[in-house]
Design a protein around this ligand. Sequence first.
Ligand SMILES: C[S@@+](CC[C@H](N)C(=O)[O-])C[C@H]1O[C@@H](n2cnc3c(N)ncnc32)[C@H](O)[C@@H]1O
Length: 234
Amino acid sequence: MTTRVYNEIIEISNSDTQNFWHKRAQNSDGLKAVLLGDDKNAHSKRNEKECRILMEQIKDLEELDILDIGCGIGRWAENLYGKIRNYTGIDYSKGFIKTAKERFREDENINFYEMSVCNMTPEILAQKYNLIICTGVLMYVNDSDLEQIFRKIRDFSPEYIHIQESISLMDGRLTLDNFESKELKSNYSAIYRTQAEYEQYFKDFDIIKTDLLLDDEIGGRKETNARYWIGRTK
Ligand SMILES: C[S@@+](CC[C@H](N)C(=O)[O-])C[C@H]1O[C@@H](n2cnc3c(N)ncnc32)[C@H](O)[C@@H]1O
């Protein structure tokens, strides 16, 4: 059965979602694996745009100490490479963590850990970060886990946060619950929350820049888009 659920808070299966990402991690095209869709040109345009937007806002940071939550192949380690003092990436996909470790095996200051965002372990992550990044991850996390994730992010007191997420452009959220996606050739679950639903978690941050990310060329849709928020701890 395929399901699109409008306006209702329902839980998606964490294990199904983890399995979905486990399979994606076997894809040899890293950008395609994490950004989904088939259009290579759109992937690189989108990546460049995301990078440009973030770099513009964090110009004052000379050296970056980054925690990248749900890091995938370490796209942000690559995008910000020249400015990194220390980078920690966490992801619950064994395959992505393996690929990421291989890509940055020569860089002692760039480390990856297999870990769920719902279970971030302070013993490993007990450093000071001036930038916490979480892009394209929270739509796979249920509401019951979001509050504690943002509490942990706040506890790190990062100078900057960069959150980016697929959102619903409609009045209410859309949940794909084990939806049979022809495009992804897989069943797929994800929660497209509204902008307001996310913004209730940002009260400890001053949002300095937020906008929609995608236009028609790089994947904007009628009902959904991606929104980014760049904020500073108050
Ligand atoms: C759309 S990809 C984005 C990857 C990366 N943030 C980027 O922007 O390139 C989503 C990533 O989130 C990870 N992910 C989803 N749910 C997670 C969870 N509960 N804990 C850790 N990682 C998770 C997936 O394994 C996948 O790597």
